[in-house]
Design a protein around this ligand. Structure first.
Ligand code: FE2
Length: 183
């Protein structure tokens, strides 16, 4: 379940209150159950996954991809698995930890671990949303945002794509007023 931090330090956990704060950004945040498939659960508790295991996770959750394809122009999906042993983790994360936009929606389904999305709202205020397992989020194209991992530095998430060319970050150089979450 997601939690939201405001610049005044308030932390919101109520889903309706979080939805109200996200409304000016048109961000969609839903809960998608992972179900009770023991094979899937066994894979998700592992820190690392081989390619064949990633394919098994995607297959177990393919019904969500099929649903998305019925409602929008989704072409592909993949599973990203980040953990402290990923050799180029710092380099990977550095691409996204300062404010940027994309020309496509950023669509993620969090399966394990956690991450933090920061957003700049139309009035200039900043918020940070911590997403965890079962959170599905759609950040609309053009939304100024950033992303980083919490100190556990671990996340598994399905990324849904309508294309690949929209995936290049365009940096906006806006200063982040939040400090990193210290958990
Ligand atoms: Fe992004």
């Amino acid at each position: 379940m997601a939690t939201l931090r405001l610049e005044n330090g308030a932390i919101l956990t109520d889903a309706d209150a979080i939805a109200d704060e996200l409304a000016p950004l048109n961000i969609q945040l839903n809960q998608w159950t992972l179900g009770d498939n023991p094979a899937l659960q066994n894979l998700l508790v592992q820190e690392q996954l081989h390619e064949i295991e990633k394919a098994q996770v995607l297959a177990a959750l393919e019904h969500y991809f099929e649903q998305l394809q019925q409602t929008g122009n989704y072409a592909s999906r993949d599973l990203i698995v980040l953990h402290p042993q990923v050799p180029n983790l710092a380099e990977l994360l550095a691409k996204f930890d300062r404010p940027h936009t994309h020309s496509d929606d950023e669509v993620r389904y969090i399966l394990d671990g956690e991450g933090v999305f920061g957003f700049i709202r139309p009035d200039g205020s900043q918020i940070e949303l911590t997403v965890t397992a079962t959170d599905y989020i759609n950040v609309p194209a053009g939304t100024e945002h950033w992303f980083y991992l919490t100190p556990q530095r671990r996340i598994k998430a399905i990324r849904y794509f309508s294309g690949t060319e929209g995936w290049v970050p365009r940096y906006t150089e806006t200063a982040i007023r939040f400090r990193p979450v210290l958990v």
